[in-house]
Design a protein around this ligand. Structure first.
Ligand SMILES: Cc1ncc(COP(=O)(O)O)c(C=O)c1O
Length: 469
């Protein structure tokens, strides 16, 4: 049998794209191409260049041509060559005498944040690395060869089956794997639903994530703000809209659950109008003191699109989410996704399926629930001790709380916090620009983000910028 011969230099090198052309000989052309690549910034300081042999093989020139070109550029100051670490782009690449930029005197700016109390991210240090790797290893090891081909846009059946069981058990969702479509998270779900499933204006809560409003605006969707009160969105005011987007388990960001009568009312409204409720279940797993609040989807699976993701429960870096759809929407959403899965890694989908089925997901959520509850308690205790006049709300669930501030003080407190190196947002950042409900002053404090050892100092700093009682 004839064996194919493989040049080891072809395997051992690293790829370097160079446009080697023009007259003047190969050596001169190579020097010119390398110099331009460094001068233009395409090859950044410290970049390691391929060994002579591999670059010579790739370019079809003699090894000595590459060696000579490198030596010339080292002499000119563009490259450095050190025994053992190969040839690299010089830290201050350029021929001797290249002027260095003198930085202009910058105006004073708030300190770079030392305390990150922004809402939105789970505790990154608690990502279950070992359990995730174990799931990944098992899933990739057991996957059939077809799993390594183009993905089904509905998502892997293993994951949809695991989610159907998990969401029914943990969130009260009524579904079937055929009604679930995998996506890369909530924002992606919005992009797929408009205009595939929903056309026309969308009612939204008058406080919500500005980023989601931007995603909708980019899809030319007009959003109509729905007033909020202590029972959540006032769904009785829904009018001609064909859809409403809600955060029923934990209003984002103000914090309360949608009242039971409103949960029923909104499903009745959708049924009567042939409309659809989009349920953003972004942190439904994290509830502390009150009874679990199940998904609104369970009240009317044909009128509610239930949307979730692992962004709060595991990590926003995974980019994995799901839509539980009414039967009549499935085909349109799949058509919007296209012929092949183009967003959610199939291998990550298989790993998540294993993670759920093996019980690791439940274990992680339960562990994090305890951890976040302790953090929430520490926040409440610190405020009770240092700023008892500040009311804290929205604490029964989620990864953030809202600190109510005296009217007219929010923007100065947010600025003072920035000067003290505390990153956080005021409620104004979440208010719909056309909202008619009176603006509330408050701080949205995310308590999941700081590392455990840094949390006490972050709370201390926060209490230091709150207005006196
Ligand atoms: C209100 C709200 N919905 C949904 C999400 C999840 O977004 P995604 O799944 O696109 O990461 C977030 C952020 O984590 C959020 O704050």
């Amino acid at each position: 049998m004839e064996e194919s011969w493989v040049n080891p230099a072809e395997i051992l090198g690293v790829d370097l794209h160079l446009e080697v052309s023009g007259g003047g000989g190969r050596r001169a052309a190579l020097i010119h191409a390398l110099r331009e690549a460094v001068r233009s910034g395409r090859l950044t300081p410290g970049t390691r260049l391929p060994p002579y042999r591999s670059l010579a093989g790739d370019l079809g020139v003699a090894r000595n041509t590459v060696a000579d070109a490198y030596a010339e550029l080292v002499a000119e100051g563009w490259l450095t060559a050190r025994q053992g670490s190969g040839t690299r782009v010089a830290e201050r690449a350029g021929p001797p005498g290249t002027p260095t930029r003198v930085p202009k005197k910058a105006p004073p700016r708030p300190r770079a944040p030392r305390h990150d109390l922004r809402q939105g991210t789970p505790d990154a240090a608690s990502f279950p690395r070992t359990a995730w790797l174990a799931s990944y290893r098992r899933a990739v090891g057991a996957a059939a060869n077809e799993a390594f081909g183009p993905g089904d846009p509905a998502g892997r059946i293993e994951l949809r089956t695991a989610l159907a069981e998990y969401l029914a058990r943990a969130r009260g969702v009524r579904t079937h794997p055929a009604r679930i479509v995998i996506c890369s998270g909530f924002a992606h779900a919005l992009r797929l639903l408009f205009p595939a499933v929903v056309r026309g204006p969308l009612a939204v809560e008058s406080y919500g994530l500005a980023f989601h409003r931007q995603v909708l605006a980019a899809a030319a969707v007009r959003t109509v703000p729905l007033p909020l009160d202590e029972d959540g969105a006032r769904v009785g005011q829904l009018g001609k809209e064909r859809a409403v987007l809600l955060t029923p388990a934990h209003q984002f960001p103000t914090g309360g659950p949608l009242h039971a009568t409103r949960r029923t009312a909104v499903v009745d409204w959708a049924r009567a109008r042939g409309a659809v409720v989009l349920e953003d279940d972004y942190d439904g797993e994290f509830r502390y003191d009150r009874k679990p609040v199940g998904a609104v989807q369970g009240l009317g699976p044909e009128w509610v699109v239930h949307i979730g993701s692992v962004s709060k429960s595991l990590s926003p870096a995974l980019r994995l989410g799901w839509m539980v759809l009414p039967e009549h929407c499935v085909e349109d959403v799949l058509a919007a996704k296209g012929e092949r899965e183009a967003w959610a890694s199939v291998l990550d989908q298989l790993a998540l399926a294993d993670f759920i089925v093996s019980g690791s997901y439940d274990r992680h959520v339960r562990r994090m629930r305890q951890r976040y509850r302790r953090r929430r308690d520490r926040l409440v205790e610190a405020l009770a001790a240092r700023a008892p006049h500040i009311e804290v709300t929205g604490i029964a669930a989620g990864l953030h709380a809202v600190l109510r501030l005296p009217d007219g003080t929010e923007s100065s407190v947010v600025k003072a916090a920035a000067w003290q190196g505390i990153a956080l947002d005021g409620l104004a950042a979440f208010r719909h620009p056309e909202a008619t409900v009176p603006a509330r002053d408050g701080l949205v404090v995310g308590y999941a983000t700081p590392a455990e050892h840094a949390y006490g100092a972050a709370l201390e700093a926060l209490c230091g910028v709150l207005p006196p009682g």
